[in-house]
Design a protein around this ligand. Sequence first.
Ligand SMILES: [Zn+2]
Length: 200
Amino acid sequence: MTGEDPTEQQLDQEAAPEASPPKRGFLKRLTWVVGATFLALLICYVSLLVTSDGLQPDQREQVQKAIAVLEQQGFNREAFILKRLSVFRSTDNWWNRYIGHRDAYAATNFPFEVVTLYPEFFDVPVDDKERAAVLLHEAGHLMGDGEDAALESTWRRKQRLGWTVDRYHQTRVWDATEKLTRSRFPYMFQCGADGQSDCF
Ligand SMILES: [Zn+2]
């Protein structure tokens, strides 16, 4: 208000303190909402852990070796997320049981960063590098990637990981991953003399 009337000015000054309580009320509500959301997420997270089993010591060692491979090959962000932010389980939690899972080797609950590793993860890959390839895929999910994005980024970066056709083309993990990737991303397999070879 721009009025010169002193009573008007006084009214404005008096009105000012009354503007504060609604602001405090809003902050209080916001704090409550944030707190309640955090509590709900925490309960959900804990429920994922209590409804599943942890890894055996030898399984944990295999996971650590695979993460070490990722670190050696320069996948520092993925290694950090897997090593520091993720929790590994060996059996399905209620969420996995409810929705089922598509991946044969592992399932990831984003954004809770819970990774369930099935017996196939430990038995089928031929070495730590191949297990690292599976974890590279799961790291994609841990960062919010869907199935296609995780498949695509892993296939594109397999050379950097050292998971290459000359050494691994006869393994079960390679075979299954190639078939799946080829079916989802035909453009990646239009190279070579026959026009049907892997471009990456
Ligand atoms: Zn996946």
